[in-house]
Design a binder for this molecule. Structure first.
Ligand code: AMP
Length: 193
């Protein structure tokens, strides 16, 4: 198995690149944001719980998010590996993910971190709001809160993977194909070790 954490601030291109990586490497894509949005559409109890946090651009509490992620992983026993997109977003989530993957004998191989500066993120999210239909893309105050939450709670997660020697920074500016090429080069390099 080959397991990737695709990391980066909101608007860094994680969703776009995940789709391309899934088809190249036949991995299972788990986006916690997508799973929460599906639960909101289906009006499940989990969706109801997550909605209030998402609308404000706050993180859904760790216990809820971790339980959900573990259940999703368990639904793919035969997977070649996973792309975790939007997870982990806190240190507690990173530790829980390690425990889970270690218990399956299939640790995280690398964190690929898309690097994009804040001004560009704000512009991208504003543009995305025209087509995404996401309420959390539509309000500049919520966008700013998501960026602030990222800087405060999520960015430190990179240190966790740096300490484990698993961090790879990837330039996230430029054509989608060029960024994809950089991601693939990093994956192929890690896989060859
Ligand atoms: P995303 O689609 O990754 O931008 O996530 C959208 C929203 O879902 C976030 O702003 C959070 O409210 C929530 N969310 C997604 N993933 C997580 C996570 N790993 N931990 C907590 N909240 C999350």
């Amino acid at each position: 198995m080959f397991n990737i954490v695709l990391f980066g601030p909101p608007g860094a291109g994680k969703g776009t690149q995940s789709e391309k990586l899934v088809s190249r490497y036949q991995l299972v894509h788990l986006s916690t944001g997508d799973i929460f949005r599906r639960n909101i559409r289906e009006a499940t109890p989990l969706g109801t719980e997550a909605k209030a946090f998402m609308e404000k651009g706050e993180l859904v509490p760790d216990d809820v998010t971790i339980r959900m992620l573990e259940a999703e992983v368990m639904q793919h026993p035969g997977a070649n590996g996973f792309i975790f997109d939007g997870f982990p977003r806190t240190s507690a989530q990173a530790e829980a993910l390690d425990r889970l993957m270690d218990s399956m004998g299939s640790p995280i191989n690398c964190m690929l971190a898309l690097e994009v500066e804040e001004e560009e993120l704000r512009e991208r999210l504003k543009g995305r709001a025209q087509t995404s239909g996401r309420p959390d893309d539509a309000d500049p105050a919520v966008i700013q809160n998501r960026i602030d939450v990222y800087n405060r709670e999520t960015a430190p997660v990179a240190e966790y993977y740096k300490a484990a020697g698993k961090y790879r920074g990837i330039g996230g500016i430029g054509p989608v194909e060029s960024i994809f090429d950089r991601l693939c080069a990093a994956i192929d390099e890690v896989a060859a070790i």
